[in-house]
Design a protein around this ligand. Structure first.
Ligand code: TXA
Ligand code: MG
Length: 341
C-alpha cells in the first residue's frame, strides 16, 4: 500500500503524464470527473483493480465502473454475441451518442476483456465516458479503460474536492490529481440496458426524464426503499454515502422546528431556513443551508456533509427532500436516505 500520496496539478501537462505513468505501471491515482472524484486504476488488469478494493476497503461483490472516452472504446468491453445483442447494442449506442461524455453509466453484458474482479463477478459491465478534461486526458494518455469508483473509503461520502479525497485516502493511494471542485457534485446515473425495458439501478446526475425521452420507458430500481430487492446492483445494498456522525436523522419541517434551538447540526433548504430563521430566530449550532434548486443542491451537498462530519456534532438532522422526481431530487433523496440509514 502507498505510504505517501503524491499531489499533482490537473492543469499541468507534466503532472498528467506523471499520473498516467503511475497508472500504466499498475498504481492508484484519484482524479476529477464532472460528477465526483474517481479512484482510478487500469480497469482490465486484475492486479491493479485488486488494489482499488484494498485501498477503499470495498466489498468484493461491488462492481466498478469502467471509464472510456467514447462509444467506440466502450464497445469491445461489452459482449455483443448474445442473442438480443443487436437491439441492446443499438440502445447503448443511442444513449452514448446522446449523453456521452456525461454522467450516465451504461450496464450491459461484459466481454471476456473485462476481468471478473472488475465487475464483482457479475456478467455485466458498467461503462461511462466522463465529461472532464482531466479525466479524458488521463484515459487517453493511459490508452486503456480506467476502473474508477468514487475516491473515498467504502461507505463514506463521495468526494467533490481533492481535500475530500485526502481526508479518507491520504497515504492509501499513489497520487491525486487536483482539478478543483466537481461541476455536478453527485454520481452518475446507472442504467441496465439488457432488459426489455431499461432499468434505473442508481439515480444520479442525469435525470430520468432525459433517459425516458430516449428509451421510451424506464423501470425504477433506484429508490433506497427498494434496496432489499436490488440484487442487480449489489453495491447498492452496502452502506453508502455515510458521514461519520453518531446519529443522523432524515426529517421534515416539524422535527426541524423542534430541534431549531438545540445543538443538533441541521442541513436544510434555503426556503425552510428562511422561514424558521424569521419566526424562531437565528441558530447557534451548525447549520448548512443549500439552494432550493435540485442540481445546485446536488452540487453542494457532499461538501456540506464533509463540513458537518468535521464539526463532530452528536446528532445531525437532514431535511427530507421534496417528493418529486424532477431535476435530481430522486438522486438526492436516495443519497440522504442512505446517509441516514
Ligand atoms: O459518477 C460516478 O459514477 C463516479 C465517477 C468516479 O465516475 N463513480 C462512482 O463509482 O460513483 P462507485 O463505484 O462509487 O459507484 C458505482 C455504482 C455502484 O453502486 C455499483 O454497484 C454500480 O454503480 N455498478 C457498477 N457497475 C455495475 C454493474 N456491472 N452492474 C450493476 N451495477 C453496477
Ligand atoms: Mg461510491
Amino acid at each position: 500500500m502507498a505510504s505517501s500520496t503524491l499531489r499533482l496539478d490537473g492543469g499541468r501537462r507534466k503532472d498528467l503524464e506523471h499520473a498516467a505513468r503511475i497508472l500504466r505501471s499498475g498504481g492508484l491515482v484519484a482524479f476529477p470527473t464532472e460528477t465526483v472524484y474517481g479512484l482510478g486504476a487500469r480497469g482490465l488488469d486484475p492486479a491493479a483493480v485488486a488494489r482499488i478494493f484494498e485501498a477503499k476497503g470495498r466489498p468484493g461483490d461491488n462492481p466498478i465502473i469502467l471509464h472510456v472516452t467514447n462509444f467506440d472504446a466502450a464497445r469491445p468491453l461489452w459482449n455483443i454475441e448474445n442473442k438480443d445483442s443487436d437491439a441492446i447494442l443499438e440502445r447503448c449506442e443511442k444513449l452514448a451518442k446522446r449523453f456521452w461524455p456525461g454522467p450516465l453509466t451504461i450496464v450491459n453484458y461484459k466481454s471476456s476483456l473485462v476481468p471478473d474482479i472488475t465487475t464483482g463477478n457479475l456478467d455485466k459491465a458498467g461503462v461511462r465516458a466522463p465529461d472532464h478534461p482531466v479525466a479524458r486526458e488521463l484515459i487517453q494518455l493511459v490508452g486503456e479503460p480506467l476502473a474508477a469508483p468514487s475516491a473515498n473509503i467504502s461507505g463514506r461520502v463521495s468526494p467533490t474536492t481533492a481535500e475530500h479525497v485526502l481526508q479518507t485516502l491520504d497515504g492509501r493511494i499513489d497520487a491525486i490529481v487536483d482539478g478543483g471542485e466537481c461541476r455536478l457534485g453527485i454520481e452518475s446515473t446507472v442504467v441496465d440496458v439488457t432488459k426489455k425495458t431499461a432499468v434505473l439501478l442508481r439515480p444520479g446526475a442525469l435525470s430520468e426524464i432525459d433517459i425516458r425521452s430516449l428509451c421510451g420507458s424506464l423501470t425504477i430500481h433506484g429508490d433506497a426503499a427498494a434496496s432489499e430487492s436490488r440484487a442487480a446492483s449489489p453495491g447498492l445494498r452496502h452502506k453508502h454515502y455515510s458521514p461519520l456522525i453518531a446519529k443522523i436523522r432524515l426529517a421534515g419541517a416539524s422535527v426541524i422546528h423542534q430541534f431549531w434551538k438545540s445543538d443538533a447540526a441541521i442541513l436544510l433548504r434555503k426556503s425552510t431556513f428562511e422561514q424558521f430563521n424569521k419566526t424562531i430566530g437565528a441558530r447557534n449550532a451548525i447549520t448548512e443551508v443549500l439552494p432550493d434548486d435540485a442540481p445546485e443542491f446536488a452540487r453542494l451537498l457532499y461538501s456540506a456533509l464533509y463540513r458537518m462530519e468535521n464539526a463532530r456534532p452528536n446528532i445531525a438532522i437532514l431535511e427530507t427532500p421534496p417528493e418529486t422526481t424532477d431535476g435530481t431530487w430522486r438522486a438526492i433523496r436516495d443519497r440522504l436516505e442512505r446517509a441516514a440509514s
